[in-house]
Structure formats: structure tokens, C-alpha cells
Design a protein around this ligand. Structure first.
Ligand code: 5GP
Ligand code: ZN
Length: 116
């Protein structure tokens, strides 16, 4: 996708602090971190969301990369959250599927913040 910011990062046209890259995915630190560790993982191929029928191999690549990011960031033992904001109600703001890996600090139990 020409003007998708995450496609631009995948193509190397937009700078990002890269954490890992392989044939399927690229991981980079979030520009506005909401945790001491906040890394995003994207498939290199543009899929808008979980509803885009991406192949099982791509899903596996995202989750495998989440585990690798946790190891690289040294939060594998202390724990981390893996989050996908998918679609409008979840407030997905970038329309290229991405996985958040967040950790480095103890979090509260709840993970759902409704607006009303
Ligand atoms: P969403 O709400 O769609 O799940 O999350 C999008 C995330 O992408 C946000 O956490 C936001 O800070 C991050 N983000 C948006 N634009 C950029 C960018 O240009 N570079 C990086 N590294 N992160 C971005
Ligand atoms: Zn894209």
C-alpha cells in the first residue's frame, strides 16, 4: 500500500527503531510508548486487520516474533502483554495489522477500557 505508514516502514522509507526482521515480519519500537517496552510487530505484506484472511503462517510469524521480541527486550521471564487493536471499536488507528508487545512494568489486571 503506497501511503500506509507501516508499509513505508516495512519498505525502509520511514525510519523506525528496528527490533527484529525476518522474511515475514518486522518489529520496531512504538513511536509513543505506553510501557517501558512497547514494540510493534507487523506482517511485511499489507493486511488491514485480523479480518483480512491472512494465512495461518503469517499469524504464526507474528506470534513467534512476539516471543522473540520479549526475549530481545529481556521481558520474557517477567511477563508481557500481546495486544491487537482490531477494528473501530478497539480503536485501531493504523489500518495495517499490528501486534503490540508491552511490558517492563507490572500492569493492572483489567485490559478493557470502555469509553462509557
Ligand atoms: P493502534 O491504536 O492502531 O493499535 O496502534 C497504533 C500504534 O502505532 C500507536 O501505538 C502509535 O503510537 C504507533 N505509531 C503510529 N505511527 C507510528 C510511526 O510512524 N512510527 C512508529 N514507530 N509507531 C507509530
Ligand atoms: Zn500497510
Amino acid at each position: 500500500m503506497e501511503r500506509c505508514i507501516f508499509c513505508m516502514i516495512a519498505r525502509g522509507e520511514l525510519e523506525a527503531r528496528k527490533v527484529l526482521e525476518n522474511d515475514d515480519v518486522i518489529a520496531f519500537d512504538d513511536i509513543a510508548p505506553q510501557a517501558p517496552v512497547h514494540t510493534l510487530i507487523i506482517p511485511k505484506v499489507h493486511y488491514q486487520s485480523m479480518e483480512s484472511n491472512l494465512p495461518l503462517g503469517s499469524l504464526a510469524a507474528l506470534f513467534t516474533a512476539a516471543r522473540e521480541v520479549a526475549r530481545i527486550k529481556d521481558i520474557a521471564d517477567s511477563g508481557y502483554r500481546v495486544i491487537v487493536n482490531n477494528g473501530r471499536d478497539a480503536n485501531q488507528t493504523v489500518q495495517h495489522l499490528h501486534v503490540h508487545v508491552m511490558g517492563g512494568k507490572h500492569m493492572s489486571h483489567g485490559m478493557v477500557n470502555f469509553e462509557d
